[in-house]
Design a protein around this ligand. Structure first.
Ligand code: ADP
Ligand code: ZN
Ligand code: ZN
Length: 684
């Protein structure tokens, strides 16, 4: 696909950043003008037959022109992630706005859909929001004050604050300064997943009643997205809260960017242009010379490495803003105190005690469904996905049915390809009807808790009970209202929630993640556990002290040592050292060339050939890039296709990118392998 297209224009040429309507094949489409400098007397650009250059159809009114800095930013991103610029630029415009039919009045209507949308957004009116101080936030602590003074200078600042130290409070204060300083300035606050952070959005709403934030994420309607885009690109929306894609949005008067939970893997886009929104935020803030705040209780190892190099500045908020001490973390050895039905005696005792004192309990198990495998006790058959070859998970569909005396509705689900199947009545291999669920998911844990603590009322929070933000809001409200006393859930529970009565957090089982071979697995697990632990004892209370219990078969594992000492810095140092020794990112730069095909041997041999070509090429050029593979991805087979990858590693980013440019030809020429490049991949 061509990077950009060339058109001719009669009369006054449009300028860089203008929107135009152009012919493309038989259609008319939206186009963005990048360069209008060439005049008719000059020869046509290289390789283009002048006879075939078509005229633009006209300029588009109503869409704000794009500022050059934004175009430069997107150009950088497209180059860095090796994607065609033209496709990326236009692809960033909401679909609704790419539909030119919305721009012309249709039928009896005198106004176009776009005009109606513009009126709705108030874009045609000219009122600018002024800030009032109608809502009083808590006065800053002295630690917050000191930190905020430092954050005001442009640059990349890491706000390393323990959970509850007032990071969010600091963001609102910084935003207030910026919005006050200049009546047109805009602020972008990025969060990992909107649905999981309703409390943050709510706090911004309350802090700025006169500057309603626009919310940008992937689950809004196309028309809503168009509206948000227009508000943002025109400079009208002064406060933008969004997920990773919001970094790509034109925000012409951007003066502050906050990336909350900067270590969160969801900042990495996993399809199309596989960008890291955090990394792009760094580039964008440097380009504009503005403040970027990367907030986290557990900064990513990438971020730590940049701090060590002096490129980012770290600011520590070491104590909770409420003055509450952090809840101590205790490791429970389940070889000594076995986890009967998933819970050790000690955990059961602690839960009973806290419930007796009127406190709430959170039990964490990051595994969806009832049991990870269904297995035959006579022949050893186990439930596997016919498409992917990995175990399919036993799910219980409607808890409500259980009350009717039935068994509930059971189903097998593949968590990779989404395939669902009924549970067989008997073993498909030997016919034995005695099929047993093996292991434990959060649904089974919920059942155990309900049986063991019948008075407490148990609420489960996971992707199966919470599909949208609203469902989560409701559940949070039920917890806050004290309707339920035990919350059982997956990773979803970890994020930012602030429950006043939460006194005890039990981590039922995180050993599987401890043993995961991905080199980033320990970093992720540590971050999650610190975050989960941070839910306990955030506010003062009477009764026994808040605590965090972690059940494990590997109590001696160093990760649990750092965790029980709450030594985030120590863990990061050890992890950095290990990555350095092993030659892993961030100490080398990495990229993956991924491909898949129904025929495993064909794709493997194609990747081997490519590896040899690339090795030869980079040796010839003197580039120091090592090329490994092909190695399978996990799961190896997905939806019937074998998936493999080559991994490229280099100490020099420049060398790596030179070789990637060569690889891009292979990617373009081998569509049947459904190939893509992943630059700075998160999962390898
Ligand atoms: P974080 O984002 O670091 O988890 P928050 O900003 O959510 O921290 O603050 C945690 C809790 O402390 C919240 O209940 C918040 O209202 C409270 N808090 C934050 N800053 C202050 C302050 N300066 N004075 C009193 N309470 C504060
Ligand atoms: Zn069997
Ligand atoms: Zn599958």
């Amino acid at each position: 696909m061509a990077e950009t297209l060339v058109y001719a224009c009669a009369g006054e040429p449009p300028s860089h950043g203008d929107w135009v309507e152009v012919p493309l094949g038989r259609r008319r489409v939206l186009g963005l003008v990048l360069d209008s400098s060439a005049s008719a007397s000059e020869p046509a650009p290289h390789g283009i037959d002048p006879e075939r250059i078509r005229d633009i159809c006209g300029r588009i009114q109503g869409l704000p022109p794009m500022d050059p800095e934004w175009i430069r930013f997107i150009t950088f991103a497209a180059r860095y992630y090796r994607r065609p610029l033209g496709t990326i630029l236009v692809g960033l415009v909401p679909k609704w706005l790419r539909d030119l039919g919305n721009f012309t009045p249709r039928g009896k209507r005198a106004v176009s859909s776009l005009e109606r949308l513009l009126t709705e957004t108030g874009l045609t009116a000219d009122a600018s929001h002024c800030l009032s101080n109608s809502y009083q936030e808590p006065a800053l602590t002295s630690a917050q004050q000191t930190t905020l003074a430092e954050l005001r200078s442009p640059g990349v600042h890491v706000l390393h604050g323990v959970t509850g130290s007032g990071k969010t409070r600091s963001y609102t204060e910084l935003a207030r300064n910026i919005l006050h300083a200049n009546p047109s300035s805009q602020v972008l606050v990025m969060v990992p997943e909107i649905g999981l952070t309703p409390q943050l959005v709510e706090r911004f709403r309350r802090a700025f009643p006169d500057v309603p934030p626009v919310i940008l994420h992937s689950e809004i309607t196309e028309r809503e997205r168009a509206k948000v885009w227009l508000l943002t690109a025109s400079g009208k929306a002064r406060l933008v809260i969004g997920t990773r894609l919001s970094i790509m949005t034109p925000i012409p008067q951007l003066r502050l960017v906050v990336v909350d939970e900067e270590h969160d893997p969801s900042y990495k886009q996993q399809e199309g242009m596989r960008y890291s929104a955090r990394d792009l935020a760094v580039w964008r803030s440097r380009q504009l010379g503005i403040t970027l705040v990367l907030g986290s209780a557990t900064p990513s190892i990438e971020t730590w490495a940049q701090i060590a190099r002096g490129r980012y500045t770290r600011h520590r908020l070491a104590d909770r803003a409420t003055g509450e001490p952090p809840a101590p973390i205790r490791i429970i050895d389940t070889l000594r105190d076995p986890a009967r039905e998933g819970l050790s005696e000690e955990s059961r005792g602690a839960i009973a005690r806290v419930l007796g004192e009127g406190g709430q309990v959170m039990v964490f198990l990051n595994r969806r469904g009832y049991a990870p495998v269904l297995s035959c006790s006579s022949c050893g058959w186990s439930s596997n996905c016919p498409e992917c070859g990995v175990a399919v998970v036993l799910h219980r569909q409607f808890a409500a049915n259980a009350a009717r005396g039935g068994n509930g509705l059971w189903q097998l689900q593949c968590h990779h390809c989404g395939l669902t199947a009924p549970v067989p009545r008997q073993c498909p291999d030997c016919g034995d009807p005695d099929l047993q669920p093996i292991g434990r998911g959060v649904q089974r844990l919920e059942q155990t808790l309900t049986e063991a603590f019948p008075q407490a009322r148990v609420l489960r929070i996971d992707r199966d009970t919470v599909r949208q933000g609203k469902a989560l809001d409701e559940k949070i409200a039920r917890i806050e209202a004290g309707e339920v006393y035990i919350v059982a859930g997956t990773q979803m529970l970890a994020k930012g929630h602030d429950f006043a009565r939460m006194r005890l957090v039990v981590v039922a089982d995180s050993d599987a993640r401890l043993l995961n071979p991905d080199f980033r697995a320990p970093e992720r697990l540590f971050a999650t556990l610190i975050q989960v632990a941070g839910r306990a004892g955030r506010h003062g209370h009477s009764g026994s002290p808040a605590e965090v219990l972690i059940q494990t078969r590997y109590p001696q594992h160093p990760l649990y040592g750092y965790l029980s000492r709450q030594d985030v810095d120590g863990f990061a140092k050890a992890e950095m050292k290990e990555r350095g020794t092993a030659g892993l990112p961030p100490y080398v730069h990495m990229a993956a060339i991924r491909a898949s095909h129904a025929d495993a041997r064909r794709i493997q041999s194609a990747l081997k050939d490519l590896r040899e070509q690339l090795r030869e090429h980079s040796a010839g050029e003197g580039w120091a890039v090592s090329i490994h593979g092909p190695v399978p991805r996990y799961p190896e087979v997905l939806a019937g296709r074998w998936r493999g990858q080559l991994l490229l590693e280099a100490a020099s980013r420049a060398d790596l990118h030179r070789l990637l440019a060569v690889s891009a030809f292979w990617v373009d020429g081998n569509r049947s392998f459904d190939p893509h490049l992943d630059i700075d991949p998160l999962e390898v």
